[in-house]
Design a protein around this ligand. Structure first.
Ligand SMILES: NC(=O)c1ccc[n+]([C@@H]2O[C@H](COP(=O)([O-])OP(=O)(O)OC[C@H]3O[C@@H](n4cnc5c(N)ncnc54)[C@H](OP(=O)(O)O)[C@@H]3O)[C@@H](O)[C@H]2O)c1
Length: 338
């Protein structure tokens, strides 16, 4: 890394080269309460200056609004950015809490056209299945995704929150560049099955929510006070009531390690997940989400922090002590289906 820019990494065998840390864009127009659009636009530009090239969105983030919001930035910097979007998880227009998961080939063909239109580009660099519809064989879904590659609508394929078995079945149909799953100091369930499969198959891991949806920064110990009414984290067991208070006490060792690096707790959380690349022997490109330009500089600086073995040992037990599951219904995550 030179002049503050982050290093680069390749996503999977034959996948795109990206900055070692990406940017999660979901919160810019959805899920975590209101965001300042001008500041979010400035955050995108700042991220690019710092060497971030992988920008993450999805058709389901605000009913396509997030893809539309990102479109001017993507089209202005088309050759510099790697656009990652996802299909297959949307929300009922009548009841926003009701998820619609679809992986059938006709839906995939329709979804890609919608994303291309909203993004305002000819091709999507990395196209993920957002959530698995267990009623559709994954071979059929990935077959339809592979067709999109052949048609030039998509360059590389990814899968989000798949089990190890689903990943193996998918990889037999078409190379998978990246698996996107939740992975952080507080969420380590993928290490049992998914991580070994990712290593074996030469796929990259793109950890989402590497800051524990913000909890690991120390900003959200009390959801009742700290989160706005429309913040989706209010529905997450870890952010509510006694769980939030108990989880807040787990931040102490992170603060201790942060002090010794003259860093913030969030930077230690990001350094930990980044360092899993060395621990497990594959490419890891986390996508922390922020809507603020100062934070993107703070977060990318974490790629320079290397934790000692003693620090890794100190932090290792935290995930096992977290109160509350990472989703209210864990079948929504791969671990609930393994
Ligand atoms: N595949 C999936 O199913 C899935 C699920 C969830 C998310 N994602 C993707 O992963 C991305 C990241 O996940 P996430 O946003 O849920 O969680 P995250 O990255 O763990 O945390 C984001 C939260 O942390 C705050 N934050 C970021 N940097 C900070 C800093 N330096 N100091 C203090 N607070 C900081 C953000 O607030 P500010 O905006 O105020 O900075 C936001 O509230 C999303 O944007 C989305 O693209 C994918």
């Amino acid at each position: 890394m030179t002049d503050g820019r982050i290093a680069k990494a390749q996503l999977g065998t034959g996948g795109p080269e990206v900055g070692l840390q990406g940017l999660g864009c979901m919160g810019m127009s959805w899920a975590y309460g209101p965001a300042d659009a001008d500041e979010a636009r400035a955050t995108l530009e700042r991220a690019l200056e710092l060497g971030v090239t992988l920008f993450d969105t999805a058709e389901g983030y605000g009913d396509g609004e997030n893809e539309k919001f990102l479109s001017p930035f993507f089209t202005a910097h088309r050759d510099e950015v790697v656009i990652a979007t996802k299909y297959g998880l949307t929300f009922s227009p009548d009841d926003r809490s009701k998820r619609i998961i679809r992986n059938d080939p006709p839906y995939i063909r329709q979804a890609v056209e919608g994303s291309l239109r909203r993004l305002g580009v000819d091709v999507i660099d990395l196209y993920y299945m957002h959530r698995r519809d267990v009623n559709v064989p994954i071979e059929e879904s990935v077959g339809a995704m592979a067709e999109l590659v052949r048609e030039g609508k998509v360059k590389h394929l990814g899968l989000s929150e798949v089990t190890a078995g689903e990943l193996r079945a998918a990889q037999a149909v078409h190379p998978i560049a990246a698996v996107q799953s939740e992975w952080s100091l507080f969420s380590r369930d993928i290490e049992t099955n998914v991580v070994p499969a990712v290593r074996e198959l030469g796929v990259a891991l793109v950890p989402y929510a590497p800051l524990g949806r913000g909890f690991l920064t120390g900003s959200f110990a009390n959801a009742d006070k700290d989160l706005t009414e429309d913040d989706a984290r209010r529905a997450h067991p870890r952010f509510t009531g006694d769980n939030a208070a108990a989880n807040g006490t787990l931040l102490e060792p992170i603060r201790t390690v942060a002090e010794s690096h003259d860093a913030t707790p969030g930077q230690i959380a990001l350094a930990w997940v980044q360092q899993q690349a060395t621990v497990h022997g594959f490419t890891v490109v986390p996508i922390p989400g922020t809507t603020k330009r100062s934070r993107v500089a703070e977060n990318t600086a974490a790629t320079r922090i290397v934790l000692t073995e003693t620090e890794l040992t100190l932090l290792a037990p935290l995930a096992g002590k977290v109160a509350g599951t990472r989703y209210p219904d864990m079948t929504f995550a791969s671990a609930g289906r393994e």
